[in-house]
Design a protein around this ligand. Structure first.
Ligand SMILES: [Zn+2]
Length: 97
């Protein structure tokens, strides 16, 4: 897929791949390795919202280390030269996309 098409897909929220950065019970912090956008997804409530500082603070207040997994995801995504088509994209149930 061309970079332009990937950029257009990401711009309209149709990310080709989503990695699971961290799991919190029935919720997950997910991110697109192509554009870097991140979301919080709750499978029980069937909701997806943009991952922001407030959401990170919410999970921190519940005792989760949200910074370590995010740092590791950014480090591994940025270190890669090839798109990681086999990594994490299938970690979400089909109805979560
Ligand atoms: Zn994207």
């Amino acid at each position: 897929m061309s970079k332009l098409l990937t950029a257009i897909r990401c711009r309209i929220g149709w990310h080709k791949r989503l990695h699971v950065i961290q799991t919190f019970g029935s919720a997950q912090h997910i991110g697109c390795p192509d554009c870097g956008r991140q979301y919080g997804i709750h499978h029980g409530l069937r909701t997806v919202i943009r991952w922001d500082a407030d959401l990170a603070d919410l999970y921190r207040s519940m005792g989760h280390d949200v910074d370590g997994p995010l740092r590791e995801w950014r480090r591994t995504v940025l270190a890669r030269s090839e798109p990681p088509s086999h990594r994490g994209s299938r970690a979400l149930p089909p109805d979560a996309r």
